[in-house]
Design a protein around this ligand. Structure first.
Ligand code: CAO
Length: 553
């Protein structure tokens, strides 16, 4: 029985790689090759397998840590046989190089550095962690490309993982030794690079089996690396074959994307299944992910979709195929209306209630005031009465005179009554706000609403004229209709729709009598207002409109 620290193996040159998952816990009995942690660099995600079986004593890492080769992952209690076998294999692996070997290694960089000339370097397939005959699904470079150290040369894909093979050195691509669809194994030639003297020499030191043939030698076939496969992975191995299963990362197994694309997609919260791949053989590229995010941001910015709504976009249609068409530019106000309506409709859970107000007496009174109105130079329409009735109802039912606070914890109760009136203008819909409706008389309201409507139609409203509303009235009464469901003008929580008044037969308990009935609807935000609140609000407003003497109370 021995306690061993299990370290991070060679990460193929990667450093400070994020731990994205810890797969075991203290006390857990694990087997050799069982995944301990999942690491993710910008090139690959990789599961680090346990080199031996045993019981996890303690963890030395947690999610979010950044690890490099040699850092402790965990303490493992190993039983006798395994412990012995391990120390033997470690002893073999750690055998010191002979003096001659040491000299060669020490001298080579010096020679190359001295020469300062560029040399050729054949880059082979690194250790694939046991995978064999792995398909090349993407060649990321072309002959003549300048690549930097770590740049992806090719993407290989086994049935377990896809892996980008990074260039071991900076240099120029002289030759590509494989094509898409080829099956390769460890040691097979990938790319012939022309590298500067110093970096060529350092690679020569690291991968003697992969160096370019000496001058005059014709062979281009790289020799297989005879590295012993000890655990942790031997030098020059890329822990690619332990990369995270394609099923477990963004997009699932049916999605063809390299680790860096998957990482980018995960970082940006992009579901690759929603994208169309543009890479060769249906593979996703980083540009696919970026373009998708750009498009979504543009759509959100333009109001075509609501942020986070997840609502599929309406497919674009080429209408010209069905007949003659014209493209008409939307006005700024039309675009603002589009955005505001979309935002309210998607954010506010709407409920609409309907009722008819008997405005027979109201209309009699209004008509009786026509001469007076003319003298005053104002037109007395039903609108001022509706404004007064709405103000009275807002006072009587204060749950309507609120806005939901953005903190999600509060409701903002307003101690003022400002009411917006939707005005149909040639530029589009505008909603000027009449302040302190409760404090104003019918004549004043008639004059002010007419003035604001005129200003709106002349395009002369100032932003302040349209701010601060508590409630909105949208009247289609002069146009027609039996009823409609207006959209709440958020952050207000309710709106009234006014349709066309008509004389209708109404049963008074003993007979049908002709009454002037005004169809009304109230839409409300059900997050702020309940049906019973609306029932009280609406009933009170209808009763005021039916008997305007109540406004005096
Ligand atoms: N039923 C029957 N007749 C009505 C009425 C109703 N509900 N409301 C108004 N009328 C009558 C008026 O009394 C007036 O007739 P008289 O001249 O015989 O008195 C006539 O219709 C025209 O009224 P108006 O439209 O000039 O004045 P208003 O005060 O009723 O309305 C305003 C003002 C600004 C609300 C209106 O002009 C307007 O723009 N309405 C459209 C609002 C809109 O587009 N809403 C939809 C928003 S959602 O897309």
């Amino acid at each position: 029985m021995a306690i061993e620290i299990i370290p991070v193996p060679d990460l193929g040159g990667a450093d400070k790689v994020d731990v994205i998952e810890v797969c075991v816990e203290p006390g857990q009995v694990i087997e050799a090759e069982q995944s301990l942690v999942v690491l993710e660099s910008d090139k690959a995600s990789m599961e680090i397998p346990s080199p031996k079986g045993g019981k996890v004593v303690s963890l030395k890492v947690k999610e979010g840590d950044a690890l490099s080769e040699g850092d402790a992952i965990l303490e493992l209690e190993i039983d006798g046989d395994d412990a012995e076998a391990t120390s033997e294999s470690e002893a073999k692996t750690e055998e010191k190089p002979t003096e001659a070997e040491q000299e060669t290694v020490a001298e080579e960089p010096a020679e190359a550095a001295d020469s300062g000339a560029s040399s050729e370097q054949l880059v082979p397939v690194p250790d694939l962690g046991g995978s064999d005959s792995v398909e090349c699904i993407e060649v990321c470079v072309a002959v003549g490309d300048e690549v930097g150290e770590g740049d992806s040369l090719v993407v290989l894909e086994s049935d377990k993982a896809s892996m980008e093979i990074p260039s071991p050195s900076a240099g120029k691509v002289l030759e590509i030794k494989l094509k898409e669809g080829d099956k390769v194994s460890e040691g097979d030639a990938l790319v012939l690079l022309e590298v500067a003297g110093a970096s060529a020499s350092s690679e020569t030191k690291k991968e003697p089996q992969a160096t370019a043939p000496a001058a005059g030698e014709a062979s281009e076939t790289p020799q297989k690396a005879p590295e012993p496969k000890s655990q942790p992975a031997a030098k020059e191995s890329l822990p690619a074959a332990q990369t995270q299963s394609a099923d477990e990362v963004t997009g699932g197994a049916s999605v063809y994307a390299g680790p860096s694309v998957r990482k980018l997609a995960r970082q940006l919260g992009v579901d690759l299944n929603k994208l169309k791949p543009s890479g060769p053989r249906g593979r996703f590229t980083n540009d696919d992910v970026r373009s998708y995010v750009k498009q979504v941001l543009e759509d959100v910015g333009s109001g075509r979709v609501s942020s986070g709504s997840g609502i599929p976009a309406i497919p674009e249609v080429d209408f010209a195929q069905f007949g003659d068409i014209e493209m008409v530019k939307m006005s700024k106000i039309a675009k603002l209306t589009r955005d505001n309506m979309c935002r309210s409709w998607l954010n506010v859970p709407h409920v609409t209630q309907f009722d008819d107000a008997d405005i027979t007496e109201l209309e009699d009174f209004r008509k009786s005031m026509k001469a007076e109105a003319e003298k005053r130079g104002v037109k007395l329409t039903p609108l001022p009465f509706l404004l007064k009735a709405a103000a009275a109802a807002l006072e009587a039912e204060p749950s309507f005179n609120v806005s939901l606070h953005a903190d999600g914890e509060h409701v903002v109760k307003k101690n003022y009554i400002h009411i917006g009136v939707a005005v149909d203008t040639p530029m589009g819909l505008m909603v000027p706000v009449i302040r302190d409706v409760d404090k104003k008389g019918l004549w004043e309201l008639a004059a002010e609403s007419a003035e604001l409507a005129a200003k709106a139609r002349a395009g002369k409203l100032m932003p302040r004229d349209m701010q601060g509303g508590c409630f909105t009235i949208s009247s289609l009464g002069s146009i027609g209709g039996n009823g409609f469901t207006p959209i709440v003008n958020a952050p207000e929580v309710a709106i009234m729709g006014v349709s066309k008044a008509q004389v209708k037969p109404v049963w008074n308990g003993s007979e049908f009598v002709p009454r002037n009935m005004l169809p009304l609807s109230v839409s409300y935000d059900h997050r702020a207002i309940n049906g019973a609140d609306c029932g009280r609000f609406f009933t009170y407003m209808v009763s005021v409109l039916s008997d305007i003497r109540k406004l005096l109370l």
